[in-house]
Design a protein around this ligand. Structure first.
Ligand SMILES: [Zn+2]
Length: 430
């Protein structure tokens, strides 16, 4: 069932009114973005190879796998809609979920490598009261664990009798990667470069297509959870295309969470869902291969605040004091190889010229200091490790002046789409 073809249930006006009730949102919501710039930026997303640290061969999408750039049939604003009448049973994955109940379903991609179906749990809470359907996805990259725990906590904390609307939670989208402790699918492709997929494409593309059609098309909004990659960690942050009004509205529901404007890479779940009329954001928190309680708690709090903002859950305290919106960001790279030790931590505020870290050559004891070229905040950084020259070490969010211009947005995209380095693409994009 496609959201674009079904009647509106939950007027966006209600959601916007709720979001704007917090005065701190008002100035951010007023940011004007020149549509001409948006147009220029539209197709700058690089051709993303499914490149992997494990794979010497680039295994990019075949032409048939290319994400379809179809314009939504109706504005996204009309797709998230207002509740009236009674909640209805939900049809999902061949099951019928009555209002006011919780069910655990399973999704199996149609094509699997061993010829054995692998079932991925899909948790559904269909609220007793009508409202939008929010989807939560995690571990599209199999080694990104924090989101799995966020989904578990949020889903098991919901009371179907008191929920307005429905929440669909998929804790581990890439179950095969998760089992191997790997970011990738067993064919070394990055699943998050193949959405919305193609039923006749590569294995990755078929899995993406199945998931997209059977689950994502049932959502009114989507939060896809990720962490930093390749021994890097991210301050909890939303990555969102703030030029899209529905996505912008969604970001404003998360309470005290940093927001980074980011043009989604082609083939990401965020990109494909938004294109299909399901406003989507990525929630980044922490680093890969670890369960980090602080980041998990932040994610849970952010999503519970969102549920409150959307009017789906009541009588919870709002999480106020929104964090800044960063329209620009830039990675600071190591210029020498050696042992990187940081002098800042995630969330640190830095000024231009501040010491970020030191790289020491273990053989000759020569050390090089890395200074910040920007004034801003550390929103992502490498864990202490041995690095090669060119390694992206510190991600600095650069807060725009009070009046954000479309020029600033252009800058942000120029920084974020540094296509000259594949490591950047893999390390930076969810
Ligand atoms: Zn990821």
């Amino acid at each position: 069932m496609n959201i674009l073809r079904r009647p509106a249930r939950y007027p966006l006006a209600v959601i916007v009114a709720l979001a704007c009730a917090n005065p701190a949102f008002a100035s951010e919501a007023a940011v004007a973005i020149n549509p001409e710039d948006a147009e220029q930026l539209e197709d700058t997303t690089p051709e993303l190879a499914g490149r992997s640290a494990e794979s010497p061969e680039p295994t990019g999408p075949e032409p048939a796998d290319a994400a379809v750039d179809a314009e939504p049939e109706v504005p996204l604003a009309d797709a998230v809609t207002a509740a009236h009448g009674l909640a209805e049973p939900m049809e999902l994955l061949g099951a019928r979920i009555p209002p006011g109940t919780y069910q655990r379903l399973s999704w199996s991609a149609t094509e699997l490598f061993e010829g054995v179906p692998v079932s991925t749990p899909v948790l559904v809470v269909n609220g007793k009261l009508p409202g939008p359907t929010l989807c939560l996805t995690a571990a599209v990259h199999g080694d990104e664990l924090n989101g799995i725990e966020v989904v578990r906590r949020v889903m098991h904390d919901l009371d179907p009798k008191k929920l307005s609307g429905a929440v669909i939670g998929v804790p581990i989208v890439n179950l095969q990667g998760f089992r191997r402790g790997s970011r990738y699918l067993p064919d070394r492709r990055d699943l998050n470069r193949y959405f919305p997929g193609n039923p006749n494409g590569s294995a990755a593309s078929r899995i993406a297509h199945s998931f997209f059609n059977e689950v994502v098309n049932n959502c009114d909004a989507l939060v896809d959870m990720h962490t930093g990659s390749f021994e890097r960690a991210n301050l909890p942050q939303l990555r969102a295309d703030l030029r899209n009004p529905d996505v912008l509205t969604l970001t404003q529901g998360f309470g005290a969470t940093v927001i980074l404007h980011s043009d989604p890479a082609t083939g990401t779940l965020r990109y494909a869902a938004t294109r299909a009329g399901v406003p989507a954001v990525t929630l980044e928190a922490g680093g890969p291969s670890e369960l980090e309680l602080k980041e998990v708690k932040h994610g849970v709090k952010g999503i519970e605040t969102l549920l409150n903002t959307l009017g789906m859950v009541k009588k919870r305290r709002m999480w106020g004091e929104p964090e800044p919106v960063y329209y620009r960001s830039s990675w600071v790279r190591a210029n020498r190889g050696g042992i990187l030790l940081a002098d800042v931590s995630l969330g640190s505020t830095v000024r231009q010229g501040d010491l970020l870290g030191t790289i020491t050559d273990p053989m000759n004891n020569a050390s090089t200091k890395i200074y910040s070229p920007f004034t801003g905040r550390i929103i992502g950084m490498a864990r202490n490790q041995v690095v090669m020259p060119g390694f992206a070490a510190f991600h600095v969010g650069i807060q725009a002046d009070d009046e954000v211009t479309s020029e600033a947005t252009t800058d942000a995209v120029a920084h974020d789409q540094d296509t000259s380095n594949d490591d950047y693409v893999d390390g930076m994009s969810e």
